[in-house]
Ligand binder design. Sequence first.
Ligand code: ZN
Length: 187
Amino acid sequence: HPTAMNYCSHCGAPVSLKVPPGDNLPRHVCDRCGTIHYQNPKVVVGALATWDDKILMCKRAIEPRYGCWTLPAGFMENNETCGAGAIRETLEEAGARIELGPMFSFVDLPHISQIHIIYRARVLDLDFKPGEESLEAVLMTEAQIPWDEIAFRSVTYTLKAFFEDRRRGQFDLHTTSLSIPVPDTYR
Ligand code: ZN
């Protein structure tokens, strides 16, 4: 299911949705220059950064999920490693400098063609403040996490896995695939 596209980004002519020869999925193909505009999943990278027993959380100042809480995370840039992206996003959204630890969660979201990757990290100093995309950036204990106001299911999954691992004293890599929730009537 490609995202809608009307015009070729190379030559400006209209594009048509069709299966190119030798392919098996519909693509946007330029009617004039023939360029095939492939679309592939996007990668979101972020950090679960701790200070003592607290987690660095951001309150979103942008849609989607304005006003809800999330871990600092965002889309990878071209020519960037996943880890560098997580550090950059944490600096942009929480104004916080971190030391990156191991990859902690890897979440497939096939229905929106995204992959969310969260690293464990350590907050290096308390001199941080929210960036333009955040209303607040705060350190929270487990008891302070507003579970009903978490912006994304991948963040809820990551936080729950983190607290469970911390309780048992061993951190593993957690992977899952989250798809569209099945309505109750179909269960
Ligand atoms: Zn074109």
